[in-house]
Design a protein around this ligand. Structure first.
Ligand code: EPZ
Length: 420
């Protein structure tokens, strides 16, 4: 077990590179179920979640070779079509195998993911979607069992914009017989990137980048390669690390177009931002003004940046509100930030953050990936020493974040502790 020991107060400066996107590679890998052959994903991040996804797909018979920042995949045909609870409970994105398995093999047995650190994470849209495509679905002893001779194209309308359900149904529809329309499709860059990758594999998808996707099913696909898009949430987290320390940093190998909502909010609280083709530079003001935010589906302010933003607002020059519209109870980081001296009140899905003069270092506990990131950011500015425990949560979605922060001048160490 590891913890971070952070001595706060260092202004960050310098340049750091952004890694490939976790939430892109996690939907690209299951797409390799759809066709035999060799795949190569480059600019991949070294994350626990990528390993978890490869372990799940290897258990079905797909072979992996991990290089420094690339993954080579060989699919010579699957041996099994199951995603056991042991895999799915560790990583919810395992549900992404459902669509491709039913679509290509006509059978899938996938564990229901259960809840996560901040509450229920339903998958009804995934199940309803493949039923609309003609699959027979039964829920037995915590498993989704889906069967189909061959999926048939259908009109599918999501009443909620869902990243995962859009990705799953997209991967199901590409081999279905006939035409599928997906209404209210998610527009997140990771979903768009998946659609373009499926096109590279021979899928017939039109209107990519709009909320209505048209898919003409084909009989067979071929393997392909892909360069993974930069991680917009890691980029936003690193920018916020520079901001909370009132430093001046440059993040490179990112896609500024994916960061518009974050950049706009940073500008509105006083930060100077310069944008290039693949970099963003941040210049800090003397004082950070408060601003209200609401999390929205893309291109709105991302829920995956809500916790990190709360850390920044906890030392702003006044009060701000944070309204969480995607997951109404994604506030596990609040009690831990309060331990660091933040002044935050939560009422249902709204947090009121009253900026304080300073935060003070303490031991705090990670509960989930983005909550952990918010605690690290707060530790960078808190007076004295902050210890962030259970940082395995962080390692799921950030590639050695301490090295990147150290490169920017942070005093942060990863320390082994002999804890359960
Ligand atoms: C993806 O999760 C991301 N995970 C999440 O990032 C991210 O928070 C989320 O999208 C929202 O942007 C990956 O890409 C692996 P959703 P996903 O389906 O697909 C409701 C991180 O930190 N919903 O877009 O599970 C759901 O409850 C992770 O990297 C249903 O009601 O999210 C939520 O309120 C955390 N029924 C809303 O839709 C369903 O069947 C959006 O969820 C599915 C979702």
């Amino acid at each position: 077990m590891y913890k971070f020991v952070i001595n706060g107060g260092k202004k960050l400066s310098g340049e750091v590179k952004v890694s490939g996107a976790k939430n892109s590679v996690l939907c690209l890998m299951p797409a390799a179920i759809l066709a035999n052959g060799n795949y190569k994903f480059s600019n991949t991040p070294n994350l626990i979640d990528s390993i978890s996804m490869s372990n799940l797909l290897s258990s079905m018979g797909i072979e992996f070779k991990f290089e420094e920042n690339s993954i080579e995949i060989q699919n010579n045909g699957l041996k099994t079509f199951e995603a056991p609870y042991e895999f799915v409970k560790k990583m919810r994105a395992s549900i992404y195998v459902l669509g491709p398995l039913v679509s290509r093999y006509g059978y899938a047995k996938v564990s229901l993911p259960g809840g996560c650190a901040w509450g229920p994470r339903p998958v009804n849209l995934h199940i309803e979607g493949i039923e609309k495509l003609g699959a027979k679905v039964e829920i037995e002893q915590g498993y989704i069992i889906a069967k189909a001779d061959r999926l048939k194209g259908a009109k599918i309308e999501f009443n909620v914009s869902s990243v995962g359900a859009t990705a799953n149904i997209l991967m199901a529809a590409v081999l279905a017989k006939g035409t599928t329309t997906i209404e209210n499709a998610a527009l997140e860059p990771e979903v768009i990137s998946l659609a373009y990758f499926l096109q590279k594999m021979g899928a017939k998808i039109s209107s990519i980048g709009t909320k209505t996707l048209e898919i003409e099913g084909v009989d067979e696909l071929n393997s392909a390669n892909e360069n993974v898009i930069p991680d917009r949430i890691e980029a936003g987290t690193l920018l916020t690390a520079g901001a909370i320390t009132k430093g001046n940093i440059k993040i490179s190998r990112c896609n500024p177009n994916h960061l518009e909502s974050i950049i706009s909010k940073l500008r509105s609280v006083g930060f100077g931002i310069t944008i290039g083709d693949d970099f963003v530079s941040l210049l800090s003001p003397n004082s950070i003004e408060p601003v209200d935010i609401e999390t929205e589906i893309y291109p709105g302010f991302p829920t995956d940046m809500q916790a990190q933003w709360m850390s920044l607002m906890s030392i702003a020059n006044g009060s701000s509100t944070i309204r969480e519209n995607i997951y109404f109870d994604r506030f596990n980081h609040v009690p831990e930030l309060i331990r660091l001296g933040a002044n935050i009140d939560v009422d249902k899905n709204i947090a009121v953050v009253k900026g304080v003069e300073k935060l003070t270092g303490a031991k705090v506990m990670s509960t989930d990936l983005r909550a952990s990131a918010s605690l690290v950011l707060a530790g960078l500015v808190a007076e004295g020493t902050t210890e962030v425990l259970r940082i395995y949560h962080l390692d799921r979605g950030y590639e050695k974040i301490e090295n990147k922060l150290k490169k920017l001048g942070a005093d942060i160490e990863r320390v082994y502790i002999d804890e359960f």
